[in-house]
Design a protein around this ligand. Structure first.
Ligand SMILES: Nc1nc2c(ncn2[C@@H]2O[C@H](COP(=O)(O)OP(=O)(O)OP(=O)(O)O)[C@@H](O)[C@H]2O)c(=O)[nH]1
Ligand SMILES: [Mg+2]
Length: 348
């Protein structure tokens, strides 16, 4: 099927973990340190309608990376068709030496792993270690730690890497590490700590005969399923309308519009960086904000998880876009959009 692939089957890894734990950071860093002769393909799945992780990875400007995105739901729920199409196309066009897949932070890895190991990809992919990144503060938050998705992300991982140890209390890191080492079976190949998602390349190819089965195999909320008609939005969201400066296109979530929302702005829109950071970093409660923005003189990527924020330069230039996931609150998106518009230095 893929006659001129350099290697077959293609080593493939899943990097899992809850919302905002550092999956994309880890994948960017791993890919940047890959063996120089290797082309990698990266497939990211985004919960929101406006995909950002592809922009965040492509923002590194690395020509040896092919990145595809499936946005608008978890592919653990939407499943086989979009995953097959996107992965088939990625393999055909990129002919990668390795594939790394990032499911959404709200995604359950069981069905994805089963599918990647199933008949469609049997002779094409060699599914190797699954690495779950974790932030021990999620373990402390019962709403998250008791959720089937969080538990099975840990349960199905071959390796668990505790990230963000620079900002998490050492006692909490130790407590979480104990939990993973002593209470989860079969035992992990490795439980370790890191910062900035730094993973070792050799971990990707460690072998195990353990069969890890999910605790909650049916944990796929029906409202997250994608209808076939939504498949148009599966590649990185490209605006279907012409983008007018000062008039962004809004993409409310199809399943729960009060809970999360995305916007794409014209590439001509320029933001005042200070005003934008004040606005997005405001005191309101969010689970996650991700965005790429043109600000005066440059482009930046913005990340917020809870009240933690970071801003980095990016080489992404296509448009300004953002995605907001609230934390059990709701917001008037009209007001939110007006506040965003007030941060524009152009077209007011
Ligand atoms: N303090 C700190 N921040 C980190 C660390 N690793 C990643 N981050 C930050 O955490 C935020 C989220 O990182 P991402 O890599 O986008 O997380 P993700 O898991 O891909 O997020 P989703 O795809 O939205 O689930 C970013 O602002 C990162 O810069 C770390 O070790 N310490
Ligand atoms: Mg990500």
């Amino acid at each position: 099927m893929y006659p001129d692939l350099p290697l077959r089957p293609i080593p493939t890894n899943l990097i899992t973990g809850f919302l905002g734990v550092g999956k994309t950071t880890a994948i960017r860093d791993l890919a940047a340190r890959r063996p120089p002769h290797e082309r990698w393909a990266i497939l990211v799945n985004e919960y929101g309608e406006v995909g950002l992780d592809q922009a965040m990875i492509e923002g590194s400007g690395d020509a040896g990376l092919a990145v595809s995105e499936i946005a608008g739901g978890c592919f653990c729920c939407s499943m086989e068709m979009p995953l097959d199409w996107t992965l088939d196309a990625l393999i055909r066009t990129a002919k990668p030496h390795r594939i790394v897949i990032e499911p959404t932070g709200l995604g359950h890895p069981a069905r994805v792993l089963d599918h990647l190991r199933g008949s469609h990809f049997k002779d094409i992919l060699d599914v190797r270690t699954t690495i779950c990144l974790a932030d021990p503060r999620d373990f402390e938050n019962e709403r998250i730690s008791k959720s089937p998705v969080f538990q099975d992300q840990l349960h199905l991982a071959d390796i668990v890497v505790i990230n963000k140890t620079d900002v998490v209390a050492p006692e909490l890191v130790a407590q979480f590490r104990d939990h993973v080492q002593k209470e989860l079976f079969p035992a992990k190949l490795l439980v370790t700590t890191t910062q900035q998602g730094r993973l070792e390349h050799e971990w990707l190819d460690w072998r195990t005969d353990e069969v890890r089965t999910p605790l909650f195999p049916e944990a796929h909320p029906a409202h997250q399923h994608l209808a076939t008609t939504e498949l148009v939005s599966l590649q990185m969201m490209q605006p279907t309308q012409h983008l007018t400066p000062g008039r962004p296109i809004r993409y409310p979530a199809t399943n729960d519009p009060s809970d999360h929302c995305g916007w794409i702005f014209s590439p001509e829109d320029v933001f005042n960086q200070d005003a934008l950071l004040d606005m997005l970093g405001g005191g309101f409660s969010v689970r996650r904000i991700k965005g790429v923005f043109q600000v005066t003189g440059t482009w930046i990527q913005f990340n917020r998880t809870g009240f933690e924020m970071s801003v980095q330069p990016t080489s992404y230039r296509r448009d300004s876009r953002l995605e907001v996931i609230l934390d059990h609150t709701s917001r008037r998106w009209d007001e939110f959009e007006s506040e965003l518009l007030r941060c524009l230095v152009t077209h007011q």
